[in-house]
Write a protein that binds this ligand. Structure first.
Ligand SMILES: *[C@@H]1O[C@H](CO)[C@@H](O)[C@H](O)[C@H]1NC(C)=O
Ligand SMILES: *[C@@H]1O[C@H](CO)[C@@H](O)[C@H](O)[C@H]1NC(C)=O
Ligand SMILES: *[C@@H]1O[C@H](CO)[C@@H](O)[C@H](O)[C@H]1NC(C)=O
Ligand SMILES: *[C@@H]1O[C@H](CO)[C@@H](O)[C@H](O)[C@H]1NC(C)=O
Ligand SMILES: *[C@@H]1O[C@H](CO)[C@@H](O)[C@H](O)[C@H]1NC(C)=O
Length: 431
């Protein structure tokens, strides 16, 4: 059991020991900085280039602003180099093997962001103290919000892959003076899978040179998470496709037809606006999706005009004769239809007869009779159509059917074209 006085003595001895250790650290600090000139870079006396190692640690991807073409990440640079002026003998300083010194008192590299989104940036505002080892090795960490300019390619929106560079250089120094090597790590535990909108696909580093200066690129490649756009934009557009065809199934004399067609037309314009808001305002290259939408807007305008045309036909006065050519066209298609039903009918009738004999039920007989009668009367009516003068309403219905199938074909063709182009632009296994 420790008595209170023994406890006080222990505290006193420990603090004495701490004071003496502090003294050696202060001595070391003062001696190191005594003849140090921070404006002179290390290695200049031995006439060799300073080897600077830079590790970029990206801790979080904040955002890729596709409209302004800006990538924002939070990251810090770990920098390592050697300063031959900052060496000491450990045994002379109570075994102190490293010491922390304020960066403003030492030479530190000024790392410039070469491709900033806004203005040029030198890392160092948010930095640690400099750790100096007895053998002159120095490590320093400076972190910040990094906002770089990033060329966004939205041709395949929303199945696009974006590549953004963080390009840096030791500000002002030639490669023969400061020669940096770069590498990059991601803080995987902090940064599991990109952010809500983007997946990180891969990272890379590369060097490039310009008139004696050496630049280092840290490249991040992202893939858009397309599910959101697929459900909120592409699926509604495909549904609109079908809706735009429904207009040919509304009776021609119904005035609502034109407003329905115009509503669908306006819906396409709204979606075109939504997509334009989400992508950069560049024309090289254009997004395939907006080109597709533009084409759909034109088709929708054609549908609206066709609708107006059909409504106009259907309300024509019955005194105006239907032109010969249209009558001929209609009789051609109706003849083909009657011919087909005439070929099919006898077989059906004999089948019906056989069934009726087998069941021997009076009720079934009556029903079958009624059916056969109605069928034959239908045939008679259809047959008459060819000879009888068609009314304008029948002409309108006839054109409705033709236009319905025509625009159905156009819709399917456009969808196939869109998907062919998108798939041709995507590499294998990108979706
Ligand atoms: C600093 O420079 C002075 C004068 O040149 C010299 O006497 C002294 O030993 C130097 N101190 C250290 C720690 O190098
Ligand atoms: C440094 O080295 C270069 C080439 O090796 C030489 O031309 C230059 O004179 C040297 N400078 C000094 C100060 O020694
Ligand atoms: C460090 O200092 C101790 C004591 O002054 C000395 O014995 C030793 O040789 C020195 N070591 C080096 C590498 O100079
Ligand atoms: C490095 O990044 C810059 C800016 O994005 C770019 O212009 C340059 O081509 C890149 N160089 C390499 C080698 O990737
Ligand atoms: C810079 O470092 C690289 C790799 O360490 C090396 O290949 C290159 O020759 C160095 N450049 C100079 C000017 O020393």
């Amino acid at each position: 059991m420790m008595t209170p006085s023994a406890f006080h003595f222990a505290v006193f001895v420990t603090s004495c020991f701490l004071v003496s250790a502090h003294n050696s650290a202060e001595r070391l600090y003062n001696n190191l900085l005594l003849n140090y000139t921070k404006g002179v870079r290390p290695g200049i006396e031995s006439n060799c280039s300073l080897h600077l190692e830079i590790f970029l640690k990206v801790s979080s991807l904040l955002n890729i602003n596709a409209v302004e073409e800006v990538m924002s990440v939070n990251g810090f640079f770990d920098m390592f180099w050697r300063d031959e002026r900052l060496v000491w003998n450990k045994t002379e300083y109570d075994g102190h093997s490293s010491i922390m010194i304020d960066p403003s008192l030492l030479w530190t590299p000024r790392i410039l962001l070469v491709n900033p989104a806004r203005r040029f940036q030198i890392f160092g505002t948010y930095s640690s103290e400099v750790r100096v080892q007895f053998d002159g090795f120095i490590s320093w960490t400076a972190g910040d919000l990094i906002e770089t300019n990033c060329n966004i390619n939205i041709r395949n929106y929303p199945f696009d892959i974006q590549t953004c560079d963080i390009s840096i250089a030791p500000f002002g120094y030639l490669e023969t003076e400061v020669n940096q090597t770069s590498s990059m790590t991601l803080q995987v535990d902090m940064f599991p899978d990109g952010n809500g909108e983007w997946d990180l696909v891969q990272t890379n580093t590369a060097d490039w040179y310009l008139s004696g200066y050496k630049f280092s690129n840290f490249t991040l490649q992202y893939k858009r998470k397309y599910q959101f756009v697929l459900t909120t934009i592409i699926a509604p557009i495909l549904i609109l496709n079908v809706m735009s065809l429904v207009v040919f199934r509304i009776p021609p004399n119904c005035g609502e037809r034109i407003s329905f067609a115009i509503t669908v037309f306006l819906s396409y314009i709204v979606y075109l606006g939504i997509i334009t808001e989400n992508i950069p305002k560049t024309s090289s290259p254009m997004s395939l999706l907006s080109l597709y939408l533009m084409a759909k807007v034109s088709v929708s305008a054609c549908i609206t005009m066709a609708t107006v045309f059909i409504v106009q036909i259907s309300v024509k006065s019955p005194n105006t004769p239907v032109p010969e050519r249209i009558v001929f066209l209609m009789s051609m298609s109706s003849k083909r239809r009657t011919a087909r039903s005439k070929v099919e009918d006898p077989a059906e009738n004999t089948q019906d007869d056989g069934k009726r004999i087998k069941t021997k039920s009076d009720r079934a007989e009556i029903i079958a009779n009624v059916e056969r009668e109605s069928k034959s009367s239908l045939i008679a009516r259809c047959g008459n159509l060819g000879s009888k003068e068609p009314t304008w309403e029948e002409v309108a219905i006839y054109f409705d059917t033709i236009l319905f199938f025509f625009f159905l074909f156009v819709m399917l063709l456009f969808i196939v074209l869109l998907f062919t182009f998108v798939c041709a632009n995507l590499g294998p296994g990108q979706i």
